[in-house]
Design a protein. Sequence first.
Length: 307
Amino acid sequence: MSSVVRDRDRPWWRRSRGGKDDTAVAYVMLIPWILGMLFTIIPFGVSLWLAFTDYNLLQPPEWIGFENFVRLFQDPKIATATQVTLMYTLLAVPISIAAALGLAVLLNRGVRGLNFYRSVFYLPSLIGASVAIVMLWRSIFGYNGIVNQFLGFFGIDGPGWTTDPDWALVTLVTLAVWGFGASMVIFLAGLRQIPRSYYEAASVDGAGGWRQFRAITLPLLSPVIFFNLVLGLIGSLQTFTQAFVFSGGTGGPAESTLFYNLYLYQQGFQRFDMGYASAMAWVMFVVIALFTAINFFASKYWVFYDD
């Protein structure tokens, strides 16, 4: 009887039923998450439906079936945008990971002022590829920018980094590599988890620095490499802000920076072809999911877990 009285004295969300605690408090705590899911799932469903319609924001959507997806294989700019995006990914992701790993290994050797250097290299990733940073990058790599002025001291006539189709994408790749600080900090944390005894044993066996790096560091750091690889691929395939600001939304010069997401933006928010843009978005979603799934499948052949 006393237990019943005590139970009645509790707030309603803590009262027990049948000897079990009421889960009402859990549902109350889940309300923000449930609302967030609704604001995510509903637009997902609407965009999927719009992908099968002809919709221009001015007239009601008209069901056209798979015509938008058929257009994807007939649109020559889709091939150009896909090529630019894949080329950017193949260049930016490996170089960024290699730069982050190399610098993390150097900083892990007991460099004085480690916290200072870690903060300095991490700062660009905090700033991100914002509009101001991309505009600054355009100024630095302009024909009369700092880069060409520096090359001029050595008698080198630098190219038009932002106006030459052969160099515009390279400039954006450089911007992506510049923000490798987040990956470097993750690599540095992973390196700190590798026991020093492994390196000491390898040194006793006569293994040099490069041999230790290949036989100890890389295998034990492979989960961290895999993590940064997956995040890098997903981020690079969704590149938009850099290309939009860099080219003024045109994808120029000569469509050399026409990323897939930038072309999607042009279709949806410049031409108001929302049905076609929705189809493009879902194709991108499927492609990113496939890339991620392939990475997870292939990881069992090269990712090593110490346990």
